[in-house]
Design a protein around this ligand. Structure first.
Ligand code: JCH
Length: 231
């Protein structure tokens, strides 16, 4: 069973993880999820989690001590500690696949200007620590990144999706669709607001349909994702 632990100063931010697909998987015991309030690990009267940055500058930085208390309690040698940050390595589908086979993922959600860097340094000698970025834009904290990463990982865990083949040919899935985004998809009705479904999709010629879909995927990739280039 893949267990997720999330540490945050806004536990309610993670509530959507209990809806829909993931909520069912948690209920069924296919996934585990616990969300922890960082302030519960701060022992001063005001449960302080932030302080001014050494060296000056704007904003506040998260103090290391509450993180140490929380992580000492939650991490085991089998855990991976994932820290969302705009300065992390870009999160990819390949990484989602790797995480989906692991037993325990612990997420540290920063706020303010981030977490004192000694937290990542300290735990790097004990467990795998991945600093990950969702993309080149700045969020207000790690929570939304964790919603994204947990959803991307959880749907790859056998028994979560319910439809095991449909994860195979997703855009970005490694293998099946080599560096292509998915082309357009259609369902009933055959005509909607004068727009017709491409005739080939109703032809019943599965080889032709596959070739057409591949061409559509290549065209959409060239237009929307020239960075995926080559094949
Ligand atoms: C985060 C912030 C200015 C951080 C605090 C914790 C991740 N891909 C991605 N974008 N943004 C994040 C992210 C993750 C965790 C935290 N912030 C806000 C603001 C910073 O440096 C100038 C750093 C943002």
């Amino acid at each position: 069973m893949l267990k997720f632990d999330v540490i945050t100063v806004f536990p309610e931010y993670l509530a959507p993880l209990r809806l829909s697909l993931l909520g069912r998987a948690i209920e069924d015991g296919v996934l585990g999820l616990d969300v922890h309030d960082l302030r519960d690990f701060a022992h001063d009267k005001h449960q302080t989690v932030d302080d001014a940055p050494y060296g000056g500058g704007p904003g506040m930085v998260m103090k290391p001590e509450p993180w140490g208390e929380a992580l000492d309690q939650l991490l085991t040698p089998e855990s991976v500690l994932i820290i969302p940050t705009p300065s992390g390595r870009p999160f990819t589908q390949a990484q989602a696949q790797e995480y989906s086979a692991m037993p325990h993922l612990v997420f540290a959600c920063g706020r303010y200007e981030g977490i004192d860097s000694r937290v990542a340094s300290h735990y790097s000698s004990k467990v795998r620590v991945d600093e990950v970025s969702l993309g080149d834009y700045v969020l207000a904290g790690g929570e939304v990144a964790v919603l994204t990463i947990v959803e991307a990982v959880a749907r790859l865990v056998p028994g979560v999706l319910g439809n095991e083949v449909s994860v195979q040919d997703d855009s970005f899935a490694q293998g099946a669709m080599e560096n292509l985004v998915e082309g357009p998809v259609f369902t009933r009705p055959p005509v909607w607001r004068e727009l017709e479904v491409p005739e080939i999709l109703t032809s019943g010629d599965h080889a032709k349909i596959a070739a057409w879909r591949h061409l559509q995927a290549m065209q959409k990739t060239a237009i929307n994702r020239p960075d995926l280039a080559d094949s």
